[in-house]
Design a protein around this ligand. Structure first.
Ligand SMILES: Nc1nc2c(ncn2[C@@H]2O[C@H](COP(=O)(O)OP(=O)(O)OP(=O)(O)O)[C@@H](O)[C@H]2O)c(=O)[nH]1
Ligand SMILES: [Mg+2]
Length: 297
């Protein structure tokens, strides 16, 4: 048996969470077209007969602007240190730039074995792939690079098998049927946040925290879920609610459908929008909303 941890690192929006979901075969981490979707370290577990890989999803590398994003960047750096392997994810469709090599060098300097997933090849001109691969050879980084498409499931199997071979000998850490280290409650709050990321623009989704007040399976088989959508400003609250509550109704209904799929049960969802000015810069509120410093090894 082989078993180990693979940290998945890269710029915000590169496609890390999408790739982990397809490698694990289940949605363990939310995805959106906006940078800084992932805020926490999330483990996604892939178990086969002869190996187990624990993928460590991390917040994408992005300029920190407040206490929350600052903490997210520390989470990424701490996560990269306590693993057996680093998978660096690059958005192929964005093209490989000099800065990417600098970033790769930074993580390579940790001294851990590493490879690159060059993703989103389904939405880029095919002729660009060999050009970027040549840049890798020229950079002389001595890294295996896997062109993949997480969305179309392209070249996922070779990447999986390669990573499995890189895991150390050892027994599995998680039971076979476990796919994530996060609770159902956490995933429910993330599903709500994902739908807000998809529906609202600019700073609004980035300034959202979700607080679950009630999460209860009732005798009739229906989950009763009551949550607060915390935003940073009164004008954000007005936009989130919309005219006659239209916006909040829509986004809640969208979230409820996904929660029902995730829980495989009916959900009765009630949502409230609250304002906490600048909560992303207030350590006590960050803690209250579940954003805590990740302890290093
Ligand atoms: N076409 C295409 N789109 C992709 C692929 N992988 C990811 N995406 C899209 O890229 C966007 C970002 O994907 P995420 O998986 O959230 O990216 P991330 O690296 O986890 O982002 P952060 O959590 O913000 O760091 C989403 O809109 C995805 O649907 C892919 O293989 N092909
Ligand atoms: Mg992510």
């Amino acid at each position: 048996m082989r078993s180990g941890y693979v940290a998945v690192i890269g710029r915000a929006n590169a496609g890390k969470s999408t790739l982990i979901n397809v490698l694990v075969g289940e949605k363990v981490s939310i995805v959106s077209p906006k940078p800084q979707t992932t805020r926490d370290r999330i483990l996604g577990v892939l178990t086969e007969n002869d190996y187990q890989i624990v993928f460590v999803d991390t917040p994408g590398i992005y300029k920190a602007r407040n206490a929350l994003t600052d903490m997210m960047m520390r989470t990424t750096d701490t996560s990269a240190k306590s693993v057996d392997f680093i998978l660096f994810v690059l958005d192929g469709h964005e093209g490989v730039k000099e800065e990417d090599f600098e970033l790769i060098q930074k993580y390579k300097a940790l001294g851990l074995p590493m490879a690159v997933a060059y993703t989103k090849i389904d939405i880029m001109p095919k002729e660009n792939i060999p050009l970027d691969m040549a840049k890798f050879s020229d950079a002389d980084l001595d890294l295996d690079v896997f062109p993949v498409s997480a969305r179309k499931g392209k070249n996922i199997r070779p990447l999986k098998e390669f990573l499995a071979q890189k895991m150390p000998e050892g027994e599995k850490v998680f039971e076979r049927d476990i796919v994530s280290d996060k609770s159902e409650r956490f995933m429910i709050s993330e599903i709500m946040r994902e739908k807000i990321l998809l529906k609202f623009d600019k700073e609004i989704p980035h300034g959202i925290a979700i607080v679950i007040n009630t999460f209860q399976l009732q005798d009739n088989g229906v989950y009763d879920i009551n949550l607060d959508i915390v935003c940073e400003r009164a004008n954000h609250k007005a936009i989130l609610i919309g005219k006659q509550g239209k916006a909040i109704k829509e986004v809640s209904s969208f979230a409820r459908q996904d929660m029902e799929k995730f829980l495989d049960a009916k959900v009765f969802l009630t949502t409230y929008v609250k304002v906490k000015e600048d909560w992303r810069d207030k350590p006590n509120l960050l803690r209250e909303y579940g954003y805590e410093e990740l302890k290093g090894e």
